[in-house]
Design a protein around this ligand. Structure first.
Ligand SMILES: Nc1nc2c(ncn2[C@@H]2O[C@H](COP(=O)(O)OP(=O)(O)OP(=O)(O)O)[C@@H](O)[C@H]2O)c(=O)[nH]1
Ligand SMILES: [Mg+2]
Length: 352
């Protein structure tokens, strides 16, 4: 729920309250049980909310019923994330991908929207012009989805050519992956003076950035920063962002950045694992950077890099192989991380 609040905040909403219900399964018609719905309705006069956001995907029926009962706009997690992505997309590729995801989300919801409007309009028959309007709209959306896919395919081909060129150059690629807000862009900036925009919001980065980096053994690598992951990442986003995410398949090594200071670090790692599995990337060589270690230290005294790394390397448990402790914002642990990258890469590229 805290993450949902952060997402809402990122989308420009102010959170005035929250409500949680434990149910074995959400109700088919309203998602919430009857009593909870009453409670939510009574909160309206106290908090003055004008939108309610649910942390799950709602069915078109649930959404419509909730809007009818509460008389405010009702949004689900998927729509919220799509909204944030739409605000963030900067490049044409990003915009096309978001637009595709939005249309795919909208498509099955069209029917609901129209009968909803009809009822608001005074309960004219549920068949009649409305239905044919839905059909027309469906066709328009389907055409649009078709066109967007074709445009994205063009972008993909272009990327493929670019990647092949890059591959021929023989420079290994290290791709940053991780939960949104883990500090991927901050790390890229710390390693390469890349000047990528960093913010304490979610999904700050959507479009990939690549920078050149020199390793301790003087060899060169390319390091790529891309879109962050999140729990329950809408499948429409994953499929729409294939063109961007495909970059990961070309990576020599994945560098998984973890926000060690987050109380949800374990669940966030699992979410990243799930998405990597989804993208068929489990076999890629992997390095883990446990980030934000500066937040794990007793703030009562001041620490330097050496003290911090010493103290944390066996608290709470010894750091395993292929894992580096870092603080991207303090630039701590970067030498160790670069050496790790070096070691992994020389293993991969070593002649057999
Ligand atoms: N204290 C502390 N804060 C950090 C560290 N690294 C990153 N941050 C902060 O964490 C927030 C998120 O950092 P970003 O680099 O934007 O994270 P990201 O993984 O690129 O996030 P998205 O692009 O949104 O997926 C920013 O406010 C950073 O200043 C760190 O080592 N220590
Ligand atoms: Mg970023």
């Amino acid at each position: 729920m805290q993450e949902l609040a952060q997402l809402a905040n990122t989308a420009g909403a102010k959170v005035v309250g929250k409500l949680v219900q434990r149910l074995p399964v959400p109700t088919k018609t309203h998602y919430l049980g009857e009593g909870k719905l009453e409670e939510l309705l009574s909160l309206k006069s106290i908090t003055g909310y004008n939108v309610v956001i649910f942390d799950d995907e709602l069915s078109p029926l649930q959404q419509r019923n909730l809007e009818d009962s509460l008389n405010v706009k009702v949004i689900d997690r998927v729509a919220l994330i799509l909204d944030i992505f739409a605000r963030r997309a900067q490049t044409r590729e990003g915009q096309l991908q978001v637009e595709l995801a939005q249309h795919q989300y909208l498509y099955p919801r069209l029917a609901g929207q129209w009968s909803h409007l009809e009822r608001l309009g005074g309960g004219i028959g549920t068949r009649g012009p409305g239905e044919s309007q839905i059909e027309t709209d469906r066709r328009i959306i389907q055409k649009k989805i078709h066109r967007l896919k074709a445009q994205i395919e063009q972008v993909r081909k272009h990327r493929l050519l670019y990647r092949q060129k890059r591959k021929r150059s023989g420079i290994p690629v290290v791709s940053l992956v991780g939960y949104t807000n883990a500090g991927k862009s901050t790390l890229l900036n710390a390693l390469s003076r890349a000047d990528v925009f960093v913010d304490d919001k979610l999904f700050v980065t959507l479009d990939p950035t690549t920078r050149r980096l020199t390793l301790p053994d003087r060899s060169t690598v390319l390091i790529t920063d891309t879109v962050g992951f999140i729990r329950k990442l809408p499948p429409t986003i994953v499929t729409s962002f294939r063109a961007t995410l495909e970059e990961l398949t070309e990576a020599s090594v994945l560098l998984h950045v973890v926000d060690l200071s987050s109380p949800d670090a374990a669940q966030q790692c699992q979410a990243v694992e799930d998405i990597l599995a989804d993208l068929d990337l489990m076999d890629k060589p992997r390095i883990t950077a446990l980030n934000k270690i500066d937040l794990m230290l007793d703030s009562g005294r001041s620490w330097n890099e050496e003290e911090a790394l010493d103290y944390l390397s066996d608290h709470p448990s010894p750091v395993s192989e292929n894992t580096a402790l870092v603080s991207a914002s303090k630039k701590w642990g970067l030498t160790g991380l670069l050496e790790l990258i070096n070691r992994i890469l020389s293993k991969i590229t070593a002649p057999v």
